[in-house]
Write a protein that binds this ligand. Structure first.
Ligand code: GDP
Length: 289
């Protein structure tokens, strides 16, 4: 648990060591350090304030458990509240399923679609992909090239402009696969017809999962995007991409809070292998580091 905390937080925690009761000033200092770290990682102010309040209240009000010292007690609360902030990892089962990918253009949706195909393939499952991105020229070429590298069938037709038609045909074409991943179109902004299309695709595919792809560098817009997609189709997992860059992904936590769904995967590079299952400890460390 301690490993997750940065230097200044550890120093603040040390001030609690050896105390018989929780010291308000020491907790305030700890919370202030935590706030600084989270805000500089782009975590939304309201989320930071909620977390601060919970830590303060719980540290001062909760009874010190038996055989626990003050420092351990506060540290446990800090850790629990940070885990609550990032949510537990989203559910992922190795069973037949349809996954609908949502997200704006440039978020890394197409790359991530291929990465997820690879993930399930490595777990021994038969995977098929449908390219329903009829908006971005080259989307089908990009996805089919990535899929060809790993021998995963990819259905699409760059000449057809109706994503619903592609998906209808695609579901037939890849019906023998166990996991079917549907890449949808993304734009620079959430336009009403884009939302209507994804609602229709969700209904057509009877998707088991609807995952939202968010760029780690996305700041406060993450919340609005997540809200719109969530209202439309009910997002049940978030994927944060480009975590190999300098951004710590704190902005994406707004999407997690908005959809009340956990993070499924972290994208950390441009190759098809650069996908990791979300790990709360690792994410928290990076957020605070
Ligand atoms: P889409 O418009 O959402 O489908 O986005 P793309 O999948 O085409 O990705 C946009 C750009 O981001 C491409 O240059 C990708 O190589 C890059 N990209 C996607 N995921 C990652 C990642 O995890 N790390 C890095 N460094 N680049 C990524």
């Amino acid at each position: 648990m301690m490993d997750s905390l940065s230097g200044s937080l550890k120093d603040a925690l040390k001030k609690l060591a050896g105390k018989a009761v929780v010291d308000r000033a020491a907790v305030d200092e700890l919370v202030k350090n935590l706030q600084r770290a989270l805000l500089s990682a782009d975590v939304n102010v309201k989320l930071v304030m909620d977390l601060s309040k919970a830590i303060r209240t719980r540290s001062l009000d909760e009874e010190l458990p038996k055989n626990t010292n003050v420092r351990e007690h506060v540290l446990r609360i800090v850790y629990q509240e940070l885990v609550r902030l990032v949510y537990a990892s989203a559910d992922l089962k190795l069973e037949p399923q349809v996954i609908l990918m949502a997200g704006l253009q440039g978020s890394g949706k197409t790359t991530t679609t291929a990465k997820i195909a690879r993930y399930f393939q490595k777990k021994g499952m038969k995977v098929g992909v449908i390219c329903a991105d009829t908006f971005r020229p080259g989307a089908y070429d990009q996805l089919s090239t990535l899929c060809a590298k790993i021998n995963v069938p990819c259905f699409g037709n760059p000449k057809v402009t109706d994503a619903r038609q592609i998906v209808r045909e695609g579901l037939v074409a890849v019906k023998d696969q166990e996991v079917i991943i549907v890449d949808t179109q993304g734009r620079h902004a959430l336009e009403p017809d884009l939302i209507q299309e994804i609602i229709d695709l969700n209904a057509l595919t009877k998707a088991s999962h609807r995952w939202l792809v968010i760029d780690a560098a996305l700041g406060q817009q993450a919340s609005e995007q997540a809200k719109r997609f969530h209202e439309a189709i009910g997002i049940d997992g978030v994927i944060i991409t480009k975590m190999d860059g300098t951004a710590k992904g704190g902005g994406a936590l707004s999407a997690v809070a908005e959809t009340k769904s956990g993070i499924v995967f972290i994208g950390a590079g441009e190759t098809i292998e650069d996908l990791e299952r979300f790990d709360a400890n690792g994410f928290i460390s990076r957020l605070l580091g």
